[in-house]
Design a protein around this ligand. Structure first.
Ligand SMILES: Cc1cc2nc3c(=O)[nH]c(=O)nc-3n(C[C@H](O)[C@H](O)[C@H](O)COP(=O)(O)O)c2cc1C
Length: 372
């Protein structure tokens, strides 16, 4: 039977357990995307805290594919010393580091009078302003940018890359009929809507070679009218599996999906935990590659049950590791305490103020204890 603390291997990448820090924008880089001391300390603390694999916040593959301030950049060759230092800090603590690659498309922030790009020039609640439809040349250029960024990540010493195909960003925009209304070979049938994802995957695979782990984060459902639903997500997952993807992480939702957005609040009971589990189960049943499940995991026994039953191979955590970077180590050492994260999403706030993400509940409790 599979165990949460098994040592496993994903295409040669050795992992010390089945816990993953799911990609989490940290807001700790400069305007260009260059990481500094703060991000290095953040990753060191996470790796010291026991999690097997750390996935970076979404790293933009081109400047026009950036959304949040302080995001990490994969678009430039200039960051080698800082990126190598991140990898070394994680490796020194026995962890592994995967770079998540993104183009945010219509969910980006338009800069310098340039319009956002997306599969179709339509207004969508998830977009900040109406985008322009990508030309075939645009598509080829973005596909190439993903490949170039993946090559950099490998060269810098990252252990893997993950393509962000979820949460309403550009790859998801192509997959979803809600945002993809193209009449050419990239729109219409699910096979056509998968074309951009598969071209990005092949570009990345060609750049890093067969022996380097390439993961994909995929929405099992967009939870939007005319959005991507599980039956079509299964087709996308199977296409990736067939091409040799090394693992698929199952998530759901976009910022426009209301209560079913990717970062749900009120995970206050066991019933509210693991909110993407049924989607992950469907994908797990349909593919041969390992499956990661993210979204609302707060209890050790539920994580254990999912892995032991074989409903997923890895458990991904985001907010619980902002509150308690050492949670996995605590669990490994015998604690059965539920995560102290209350899923309030206050962690975004300091990040948006330029200070980097942090648990504001933890900060307030510390201040109170210190009598400040
Ligand atoms: C502050 C913050 C930043 C996030 N940034 C990313 C990101 O860069 N890429 C991504 O795929 N998901 C991102 N997410 C979503 C998480 O990876 C995860 O899917 C979601 O938080 C649900 O998991 P959780 O309940 O363990 O937090 C972010 C979540 C938070 C709270």
């Amino acid at each position: 039977m599979k165990n949460l603390f098994d040592k496993t291997t994903i295409n040669g990448m050795e992992l010390r357990n089945r816990f993953v820090r799911s990609a989490t924008w940290e807001g700790m880089c400069d305007e260009q995307g260059r990481p500094g001391e703060q991000l290095l300390n953040c990753y060191r603390e996470l790796a010291r805290g026991g999690v097997g694999l750390i996935i970076t916040g979404y790293a933009f593959v081109r400047p026009d594919g950036k959304q949040m301030p302080g995001s990490i950049g994969a678009q430039s060759d200039d960051f080698a010393p800082e990126m190598q230092a991140l990898c070394k800090a994680v490796h020194d603590e026995g962890g592994r580091l995967c770079m998540q690659l993104v183009h945010t498309g219509g969910q980006g922030r338009a800069q310098g009078g340039n319009k956002l790009i997306a599969p179709s020039a339509i207004e969508a609640a998830q977009y900040t302003s109406p985008p322009v439809e990508m030309s075939l040349k645009n598509i080829d250029d973005v596909v190439a940018a993903f490949g170039a960024s993946a090559a950099r990540a490998k060269q810098w010493g990252f252990d893997a890359v993950q393509l962000h195909a979820a949460h309403g960003y550009l790859i998801n925009q192509f997959l979803s009929p809600h945002t993809n209304q193209r009449n050419d070979g990239y729109g219409g049938s699910i096979e056509n809507r998968c074309r951009f994802l598969m071209e990005v995957y092949r570009s990345v695979r060609a750049a890093v070679g067969p022996g380097f782990p390439v993961l994909v984060k995929l929405n099992g459902s967009d939870f939007l009218a005319h959005g991507l639903e599980i039956d079509e997500a299964v087709i996308a997952a199977q296409a990736l599996d067939h091409e040799g993807v090394d693992a698929i992480e199952v998530s759901s939702g976009t910022p426009a999906s209301g209560d079913n957005n990717p970062v749900r609040k009120k995970i206050d009971t066991r019933e509210h935990e693991a909110y993407n589990l049924s989607l992950a189960q469907r994908i797990k049943q349909s593919v041969s590659c390992p499956v990661l499940v993210v979204g609302g995991f707060r209890s050790l026994d539920l994580a254990r049950e999912v892995v032991e039953k074989g409903d997923a191979d890895y458990i991904s955590l985001a907010r619980p590791l902002i509150r308690e970077p050492g949670l996995v180590k605590l669990w490994q050492e015998g604690s059965t305490a539920r995560s102290r994260c209350i899923s309030c999403n206050g962690c975004y706030r300091p990040g948006l103020r330029g200070k980097g993400i942090a648990c504001i509940v933890e900060q307030a409790e510390r201040k109170k204890a210190a009598g400040v």
